[in-house]
Design a protein. Structure first.
Length: 386
């Protein structure tokens, strides 16, 4: 250890490759166009299974370094999500540094689209926090490597119904593990957030006879579910205290933390929100210590990814819904693996994802394509058999 004074920018430069090596990212692309105000980073984590697919997040990061760390973390998550869900997609993500309310323009998104086109299909973009369908339509003017386009333009449109079905099936799988049967009839379920996914999810839950409690910071959104599905309204600050079988985070990330976990009176956590655990290791362990079963968020909410993956093959909602139903078996397998290998559910999900990556990576070692000799061999074969 030396006492040399290192300027912070130099530290970033020096540690850049070690950040990429830490989680084995394949490629990171910095995209800049001062004229249109574009500053974006695209991270391709792993393409063993197929092209890297993941949304473009538009966010005002405190520093460029923070943006880089975010895109590295998110792209790696996409690799695991696709792998464990049985999709033939790799993991990628993009961040566009800026204010999504004031900094958007057609030129900015079309410029971003041109950078993506330049990657020749190694990365396929989509909407994410801070970007929407309209932005993706601008991107699409410059590249075909974009998903999440409106139904009117032949895309997959709103993914929420498919995500909701996946969460519903994942909840049933968690119940099967916890109670020995997967019925949600008469189960009490506390849903935090009454947005797009929660709305469709509550429909499934009520149709199966569950008792649903719902909260939202905008009371009228929760009231819609109360009125249409006969759920019970709970003020947002009281949702953690509801005595129920399942707590379903369907609003924001980071809601499972030091303050909220001790308040929970449930057996299972299963919901669509991304990054529910404030600290992945500490807070999953806290849940385990309290005997609460946790269905990993990135697995149970994979319906959104399944939906856009279907767009690549020509969208068919029935097929997307049928694939989302398979989340039942995926969650069951994860929980069984966790038990067998004495792992947490998150660890088991990552273990299964890595196992699939290794196996499929292995089969790709077998030569199965055309070589530069194919034409010549064909001619020789023709001559020999003439
Ligand atoms: P949404 O924006 O439609 O709904 C979120 C709701 O949560 C909003 O109604 C908002 O008012 C409410 N909310 C915010 N803070 C709250 C709080 N503290 N207490 C109670 N309510 C609060 O979003 P969505 O599309 O329904 O997605 C829900 C979650 O699932 C998000 O975390 C999203 O990232 C994740 N997710 C969604 C999809 C999808 O297909 N839409 C796919 C994967 C993951």
């Amino acid at each position: 250890m030396t006492n040399a004074v290192v300027n912070p920018e130099e530290t970033v430069a020096l540690s850049l490759f070690s950040e990429l090596e830490k989680y084995e990212h394949e490629q990171v692309i910095f995209c800049s166009d001062k004229k249109v105000g574009l500053r974006a980073i695209i991270a391709v984590h792993n393409t063993t299974l197929g092209p890297a697919l993941g949304g473009a997040r538009m966010w005002q990061y405190a520093s460029d370094y923070e943006a880089l760390i975010d895109v590295l973390r998110l792209s790696r998550g996409m690799t695991y999500k696709a792998a464990v869900s049985g999709l033939n997609l790799g993991g990628g993500k993009a961040v566009i540094i800026g204010n999504s309310k004031t900094d958007k323009s057609e030129a900015l998104f079309r410029t971003y689209g041109r950078f993506i086109e330049g990657l020749g299909g190694r990365y396929i973009t989509a909407e994410d926090v801070g970007t929407d369908v309209r932005d993706m339509e601008w991107v699409r003017m410059e590249t075909k490597y974009v998903t999440g386009i409106s139904r009117a333009l032949g895309g997959s449109g709103d993914p929420s119904p498919v995500t909701a079905l996946g969460v519903y099936m994942g909840m049933k799988a968690a119940c099967s593990e916890r109670y020995g049967n997967d019925s949600l009839n008469k189960k009490k379920i506390a849903v935090q957030g009454a947005g797009h996914v929660a709305y469709h999810l509550c429909g499934y839950l009520r149709r199966e006879g569950a008792k649903v409690y719902v909260s939202d910071i905008f009371e009228e959104k929760a009231r819609r579910i109360v009125n249409e599905y006969g759920a019970e309204y709970v003020p947002p600050d009281q949702i953690y205290d509801v005595e129920a079988h399942i707590f379903c985070p369907a609003a924001l990330g980071g809601v499972l933390n030091d303050e909220t976990i001790p308040r929970l009176k449930v057996d299972i956590i299963a919901g669509p929100a991304n990054n529910q655990l404030k600290d992945e290791t500490v807070h999953e362990q806290m849940l385990l210590d309290r005997g609460i079963l946790y269905a990993p968020d990135f697995v149970i909410n994979a319906g959104g990814l399944i939906n856009v993956a279907n767009e690549l093959e020509g969208y068919n909602q029935e097929r997307a819904l049928s694939q989302a139903r398979e989340i039942y078996d995926v969650i069951k397998n994860i929980l069984a693996t966790a038990k067998k290998l004495n792992m947490t559910a998150n660890q088991a999900a990552i273990h299964l994802a890595e196992e699939r990556l290794a196996k499929i990576g292995q089969i790709k070692q077998i030569y199965a394509g055309k070589s530069q000799y194919a034409g010549r061999l064909g001619e020789m074969h023709q001559r020999a058999t003439a």
